[in-house]
Write a protein of this length. Structure first.
Length: 508
């Protein structure tokens, strides 16, 4: 990086620290020695331009301080960076951007004002409005910080170019945000369908909240959860879009360099930080912050192959895990097998019981909202009831609302247990697993236990039928069900159509 641009290297964010550049001043129109070039202004507007270079191995976050004087109505930022050719197999340049206000950049602090990652090259914010991904509010005097996040840097380095514009004038009024209610009419105690991992124009999605709400209704969903990358700006963007038929929860996809986690159903307006890595030993702190905000901690796509997507924080802090993300792929198959291993460990007393969920992670066409969807048994259609149902594991997952199922295990003396429950019978007593399915054309039902996949049978051609299988607790510590399409790759299981959380067998 250009030596004159560097002020200090601190350990403020992430194990690799955070770099702070020399600040941008708007005290006069001409740049001082060692300050960024490119000053200018017309009327009530001034612009400063900063250029520099980051070497490979630069910290995760680079802060550019901006001294904002009194009387500023709006701050606008534009940036670009070079993308040189790199050898095959080598990462090129990718740089995210966001901003913190005069309250500072402290982890988890109040200064956060927005993040667009790599989805935008410019943004603005003022009291009454802001670019999606950013929070409207007053532009107070003080030291603001533009946050650059060099996600990957080419061997040649990353040359950045940032322009900051201040527009003077009356500050304006910030309207109180309108947040979705925490309850919809619902059907009392029932199975509710939802998709808790979705992206709009408020992060890297291409759909508006209105378009997402319409697609959720078309998919037969009862609830959705906002989960934009590292921002809460969408929490107030759903006015007029909820109703008795659709509950909208607020949350965040906390997108770290070592994996993503869906914070499901957090208090509206509550920001959860993402600026840490697994080696910082900080995830427990932020998992607790999610729960204090009333949310669930759900690691997303743990084995996705995108850079930074692979989950490195372990599952001990999770309330559930996303085993199915979008169209079913080998990544999901790996996650499913890993989750099944946690069930085995739980039955041996070596791990907590961790439920499975599935979400679409839909961003844009042709991504399908509700593929897959989590079906939750809840006392009513409310934030707390849905979270209680997921936390308890009263959940099954389907590729669409066309599929319905019922899964139970019964004993020889009238004992009965449903999904996530325990059939408390002696170890040698017979237990009958029964799965009734509809809407699964051409699919096969399998029963899976701690011994693996132990029984499979095809459904009738219409995709509707009941499959039963008998065992004992001696031979199955738990039973869960899978519904799969025919295999498309020789030697690999077919794509998933539906799966359930387990029923546990035997007395505690």
């Amino acid at each position: 990086m250009d030596r004159r641009d560097v002020l200090r290297l601190s350990a403020g964010a992430g194990a690799a620290g955070a770099l702070t550049l020399n600040g941008v001043s708007f005290a006069d129109a001409a740049p001082a020695a060692g300050r960024p070039a490119g000053a200018g202004g017309t009327g009530g507007e001034q612009t400063r331009r900063v250029t520099g270079r980051l070497p490979a191995g630069a910290p995760d976050f680079v802060y550019l301080p901006v001294e904002v004087p009194p009387g500023v109505r709006e701050i606008a930022v534009a940036y670009r960076y070079d993308r040189p050719a790199v050898p095959e197999g080598t990462s090129g340049n990718a740089c995210d951007i966001g901003i913190f206000d005069e309250r500072g950049t402290a982890l988890g602090g109040a200064g956060f004002r927005g993040w667009s990652g790599g989805a935008r090259t410019e943004f603005f914010l003022r009291a009454d409005d802001a670019t999606p991904g950013y929070l409207p509010g007053p532009v107070n005097a003080g030291t603001w910080h533009i946050a650059l996040g060099p996600y990957t840097i080419a061997p040649q380095g990353l040359v950045y170019d940032v322009s900051v514009t201040l527009r003077h004038g009356p500050r304006g009024h910030t309207p109180a945000p309108v947040h979705p209610p925490e309850r919809a009419r619902g059907r009392g105690r029932a199975w509710y369908r939802g998709d808790s991992h979705l992206h709009s124009v408020h992060s890297d999605g291409r759909r508006t909240p209105a378009e997402i709400a319409a697609l959720a209704r078309a998919a037969g969903l009862d609830f959705i959860n906002t989960s934009e990358h590292n921002t809460t700006s969408a929490h107030g963007a759903w006015d007029g879009l909820w109703g008795d038929d659709l509950l909208i929860l607020t949350g965040e996809e906390i997108t770290t360099r070592n994996g993503h986690v869906v914070a499901m159903g957090t208090d509206a307006g509550t920001f959860i930080d993402w600026r840490y890595r697994a080696r910082d030993n900080a995830f427990g702190r932020y998992a607790r912050a999610i729960r204090r905000a009333g949310g669930l901690v759900i690691p997303a796509h743990p084995h996705a192959t995108c850079l930074g997507c692979n989950w490195k924080f372990g599952l001990t802090e999770a309330d559930a895990v996303e085993v199915w993300n979008g169209p079913y792929t080998p990544d999901d198959e790996i996650t499913l097998a890993e989750w099944d291993n946690t069930l085995v460990a739980h039955t041996r007393g070596r791990a907590a019981w961790l439920p499975a969920v599935g979400h679409s992670d839909a961003h844009r066409d042709p991504d399908v909202v509700g593929l897959p969807q989590t079906v939750v048994l809840a006392d009513d259609l409310s934030r707390r009831a849905l979270q209680d149902g997921i936390r308890a594991g009263r959940v099954w997952i389907a590729e669409s609302s066309k599929i319905d199922l019922a899964f139970t295990v019964s004993g020889g003396r009238g004992e009965h247990a449903g999904i996530s429950e325990r059939l408390a019978v002696p170890r040698t007593d017979q237990a009958t697993a029964r799965l009734t399915v509809s809407g699964a054309l051409g699919c096969t039902v399998s029963f899976v236990t701690d011994q693996g996949s132990v029984y499979a049978a095809p459904l009738p051609p219409a995709g509707t039928g009941t499959v039963s299988w008998r065992t004992t607790p001696d031979h199955a510590a738990y039973i869960r069900a899978e519904v799969r399409h025919p295999a498309t790759v020789p030697g690999l299981p077919g794509p998933m159509a539906a799966l359930t959380n387990p029923v546990f067998l035997g007395r505690d």
